[in-house]
Design a binder for this molecule. Structure first.
Ligand SMILES: [Zn+2]
Length: 309
């Protein structure tokens, strides 16, 4: 599982940072890619990656500001032009209004898609668990921005333990149906009367990963709740140390506040994105250094950077 950052800038594109979008690559787990936000130019960034648009099965939108959604009509239209590829449906999750934005853009521009989009809109009253499959659960909670904006907590379900085939063989269990029974957790008795206790041959379940991806926000307890024990927290850092007052005024956070959230939540890693174009590269390394005084597992991400989870 990896996160690839497609746009890490705040508000407007710059030469080095495009506007917000990231891809959660779940190819090994479920052969899908999930996009979080889709700022203008996201499809151009995708061209520079190995991501195939058809693999994008779900798009999660944090809020309706343009720098997070203006890439949707273009991406959705291009996704239709995948020659010789099967057209697969797509789910879009986001605040009430996202459906009207997408459908209006497509209608006005005369765009017809050869696949279906299923919209899942929510508002303040319908948050909580917004999606569940046999492998993942996704929760959303409202943050504190200038308009309704959410953060997402993606929880992978625990992974089943694996069978230690060598140990089972060494215990005298012949390959065949008995192996399958032990694998399914059934205790078995061999012909010579030996009892085989399945639990002795199956490793403990491995805990699934927790990934927290937040939209734009002031510092708020909701961010901490979403990020509790997360393997990775992706948090905006529109402002730097000392800018807390102006950050609050504009509905954003500083690097220091993001680090406080990561520390309070007990997250394992913090990735800072939504970086203002005002920050030059030396300022960006200062952003990291300052944040690290509060939470040391912090990194400021760049466009196209891929992070293994
Ligand atoms: Zn915003």
């Amino acid at each position: 599982m990896e996160i690839q950052f497609l746009g890490t800038g705040a508000g407007q594109p710059s030469k080095s940072r495009n506007v917000s979008s990231l891809a959660l690559k779940l190819l090994d787990e479920i052969n899908e890619v999930w996009l979080f936000d889709c700022g203008e130019g996201t499809q151009n960034r995708i061209l520079e990656t190995s991501i195939r648009p058809r693999k994008v099965s779900k798009i999660f939108i944090t809020h309706l500001h343009g720098d997070h959604i203006f890439g949707l009509p273009g991406f959705l239209s291009s996704r239709a032009f995948q020659a010789n590829e099967e057209q697969t449906d797509l789910e879009i999750y986001g605040p009430v209004g996202i459906k009207s934005f997408v459908l209006t853009s497509l209608r006005v521009s005369g765009s017809r898609l050869p696949y279906q989009i299923h919209f899942h809109e929510f508002d303040e009253g319908s948050l909580g668990k917004i999606m569940e499959t046999d492998k993942f659960t996704v929760y959303a909670e409202a943050l504190d921005h200038t308009i309704f904006c959410v953060g997402y907590r993606i929880m992978q379900k625990d992974l089943e333990g694996t069978l230690d085939a060598d140990k089972l063989k060494a215990a005298g269990v012949p390959f065949g149906p008995l192996f399958g029974q032990v694998k399914n957790g059934q205790d078995v008795t061999l012909e010579d009367g030996t009892q085989i206790i399945a639990a002795d041959y199956i490793s403990a379940p491995r805990p699934g990963k927790v990934i927290t991806i937040l939209g734009d926000t002031r510092k708020t307890n909701a961010s901490v709740r979403l990020a509790v024990n997360a393997d990775v927290l992706v948090h905006e850092s529109t402002y730097g140390k000392g800018d807390e007052k102006i950050a609050r005024k504009h509905g954003h956070s500083t690097n220091m506040q993001a680090a406080e959230v990561a520390r309070e939540a007990g997250a394992k890693r913090l990735l800072l994105n939504h970086i203002s174009a005002r920050f030059l590269s030396k300022d960006v390394s200062q952003l990291r250094k300052d944040a690290a005084t509060i939470f040391d597992k912090v990194h400021v991400v760049k466009d196209l950077e891929e992070v293994e989870i």
